[in-house]
Write a protein that binds this ligand. Structure first.
Ligand SMILES: [Zn+2]
Length: 204
């Protein structure tokens, strides 16, 4: 797995490559997909592109246009998602209708994705942690800061995965809301948590 941008990940599992929220713009301190990653994805396109919602820090219409215009690879989301499981390569992908955390546009469509092969990987997007109260455990969950900044959210996160991969963090020097100290205080260097840096390969 590689983090490709703010909340974007490229998941490689059983020989199939799935990009989730992987081509995005910058919003405030939340970083965009760097140009060299945009290019390497075009050079070696993933098998499918999935998007959780239309916020710019998760989705860039400009960056995905080469995929849609040439039908280079199928794109699902951020809107008009059909909530039926589908197969890509060796994997089963289940879109899960979820609710964006906090107060946002009331009609905002939001989808989380469960990717299943030899491992079970949940990519939450910006869904509220409570959406997963009854979720059966995944091997890996890719989560934004809200899953690690309160003790109750962190307890829930640990109940839904063996390993949490943290994305959607600002650069430390631009951390206006003090998210990094909060995450450190709440998770206490818990080994369940992996902090993903953009471009670094993560093995599970
Ligand atoms: Zn959002």
């Amino acid at each position: 797995m590689i983090r490709t941008g703010n909340a974007g990940v490229l998941v490689t599992l059983d020989g199939t490559r799935v990009l989730v929220d992987g081509l995005c713009g910058r919003v405030g301190a939340y970083p965009e997909t760097p140009a060299h990653i945009v290019q390497s994805l075009l050079d070696n396109p993933p098998d499918v592109l999935l998007f959780t919602h239309s916020h710019q820090d998760h989705y860039s219409a400009t960056l995905i246009s080469p995929y849609e215009n040439t039908i280079l690879r199928p794109v699902t989301g951020p809107e008009d998602v059909s909530y039926n499981p589908f197969s890509v390569g060796n994997l089963k992908i289940t879109p899960i209708k979820t609710r964006h955390l906090g107060k946002v546009e009331p009609n905002l469509s939001h989808t989380s994705y469960l990717i299943e092969g030899s491992k079970k990987i949940l990519v939450t997007g910006d869904s509220a942690p409570t959406c997963f109260k009854d979720f059966s455990k995944a091997d890996v969950a890719v989560v934004p800061y809200a899953y690690c900044t309160t003790p109750s959210a962190w307890a829930l996160t640990k109940s839904i995965c063996d390993r949490a991969v943290l994305v959607h963090m600002p650069a430390e020097e631009e951390d206006a809301y003090g998210l990094w100290p909060l995450v450190r205080e709440v998770t206490q260097n818990d080994l369940v948590l992996t902090v993903a840096e953009i471009g670094n390969l993560l093995y599970f």
